[in-house]
Design a binder for this molecule. Structure first.
Ligand code: CO8
Length: 258
């Protein structure tokens, strides 16, 4: 069995981290396999991706503690970079990526979920950044993405205390968008992904770019960025198709990502 599996259902791609015997912990081999799967996604045919973990207990229980335990400064930085490079690839991937969090999302597991566009989790999910209890900081972007997602005060409390939180608390603090019974998780996320896949991919991708890049700018520059991206839409087939269908009272729309 591959360490990372990839299944295509229509215009939705499902990426499954498949190392259940270690609760899908991220070692170098898993990170490299994940990178290769993202590189292989057919960006013409696929309109939404789902990232999940194999089994019903864990999404990803963190970076591999065994592999990290003997690292020196240089090795720690290199391992951190390996994770950061692939997480950034996910975050900036042109196609939306939804994390379907089906259990533990701890340390690097919480971090990879935060590199996705948004998170839907099962009722048994558990999130946390337990690194301070291991004598390290989060190293796959957690100090930055958690603070941006839930605010610096809540992020600092979670990191300093190394306390894990259950699904409902993750929902309350805005770390996840929705909590569903575990048996319904994949069906729920696939339905959301299919809904996204029905909209103009060129517009969905432009929204992702505008939000991600705009958050790095001050408001004036961010609005100017949005204006440029918005204007670009009017040179697309998909804008003519989307508005044309509305005006013609036509339900069927043929979006081409052009
Ligand atoms: N790394 C390696 N192996 C793991 C990990 C992990 N993170 N998590 C679980 N496993 C393994 C266990 O060792 C065990 O293997 P074995 O059967 O061979 O002993 C197997 O998975 C099953 O785990 P448990 O028996 O522990 O299962 P439990 O249900 O009793 O407990 C827990 C589940 C609570 C999730 C527990 O496994 C646990 O606490 N895991 C570690 C969670 C953690 O601390 N994660 C954060 C790791 S640090 C990190 O992610 C830093 C990211 C940034 C790195 C930057 C690099 C520079």
């Amino acid at each position: 069995m591959a360490l990372v599996e990839y299944e295509v259902k229509g215009a939705v791609g499902i990426i499954t981290i498949n190392r259940p015997e270690a609760l899908n912990a991220l070692n170098s081999a898993v990170l490299e396999a994940l990178d290769a799967v993202f590189d292989g996604v057919d960006q013409g045919a696929i309109r939404c991706l789902i990232l999940t973990g194999a089994g019903d207990k864990s999404f990803v229980a963190g970076a591999d503690i065994g592999e990290m335990s003997d690292l020196d400064k240089k090795g720690g930085e290199a391992f951190g970079k390996k994770g950061n490079d692939i997480f950034r690839k996910i975050e900036t991937f042109p196609i939306p990526v939804i994390a379907a969090v089906n259990g533990f999302a701890l340390g690097g597991g919480c971090e990879i979920s935060m590199a996705c566009d948004f998170r839907i989790c099962s009722d048994n999910a558990m999130f946390g950044q337990p690194e301070s209890g291991l004598g390290i900081t989060p190293g796959f972007g957690g100090t930055q993405r958690l603070a941006r997602l839930v605010g610096p005060g809540m992020a600092k409390q979670l990191m300093y205390t190394a306390r894990n939180i259950k699904a409902n608390e993750a929902l309350r603090i805005g770390l996840v968008n929705q909590v569903v019974p575990q048996a319904e998780l994949m069906a729920t996320v696939e339905k959301i992904a299919s809904g996204i896949a029905q909209n103009a991919p060129i517009a969905v991708r432009a929204c992702k770019k505008a939000v991600n890049e705009g958050l790095e700018l001050d408001m004036d520059a961010a609005i100017a960025l949005e204006a440029r991206i918005f204007g670009d839409c009017f040179e697309t087939h998909d804008q003519k198709e989307g508005m044309g269908a509305f005006l013609e009272k036509r339900k069927e729309k043929t979006f081409t990502n052009n």
